[in-house]
Design a protein around this ligand. Sequence first.
Ligand SMILES: Nc1ccccc1C(=O)C[C@H](N)C(=O)O
Length: 299
Amino acid sequence: MPQEIFSYSNDHVLQKVSVTVLSDDPQPGYWVIFIHGGAWRDPSKTFADLAAAETLLCTAEPYTSTVLPHIAAFASIEYRLSAHPEHPQDPVATPPSQFRNARHPDHLADVESALALLQGRYGFGERYVLVGHSCGATLAFQTVMRHLGGYDDHFRHRNLAQPSAILGVAGIYECRLLRDHFSGISAYQDLFEGAFGPDETLWDAVSPAKVGSGFDGIQGGWTAGKLAVLAYSAEDELVDTSQAEAMEEALRLWTSSASQEETRRTVMLPVKGRHDEIWEKGEELARAIAFTLTELQKM
Ligand SMILES: Nc1ccccc1C(=O)C[C@H](N)C(=O)O
């Protein structure tokens, strides 16, 4: 199954998405679309972060007989990044197409452009699971928020088909809460300021767990959604469990406002390993993706 790489814009080298199509079946399975983490800024995180889990899902039992038949394709999105203090770039010598100085809403606008490219080429509609790790989970849930601070509705891809399920893995859902939990570590203040600027009211207005349970957030926005899975690890040294707990709470109104019972669910999924181990080894990420697809089949 050859991997293809598409650029969804020519402005920046990071504006690309990898695609591996497994089945051209007219009765297709789900697309699994991944958004990597790295605190909106870490250039060592790439679309290849899905590779270990993807390989396991495609080659290892029991996945090959249980979930693989229900997967149509894998895609993995890269997006423009903010500046990273440990990866400085010379602003004069670096071409604009490689310079990392993105600010919200650039990251999300890129994710939406990537989804638009995929929908335009493959037209899978709502038959996809959006999977995000760390800030990738923030971005995944932001795509289905009705309004978003600092992002003019006018510029959003309003007619994009929404995912049937979102799997957040070690996700950041409430910026200030995370910063305060690690208040002795300046990197947290820096990474949020790098992505969103110093105005903390904006941090709240982009946090899926802060605006989630409201008409402006996921409750009003994610009309097509069926399943939210929040995978979290007690061994995660960078994102503590209160993030997934806050998101679970915020999703409560979204779940209960479904027109019929059992048509929307939120599931907390404990996984093992440190923050990056989850996708690096791939076993836990693969298990979480398989879990999400299996639960989705039941609905
Ligand atoms: N401090 C974090 C808190 C939460 C999530 C990620 C990070 C990271 O540090 C990611 C990346 N390794 C970075 O250097 O930006």
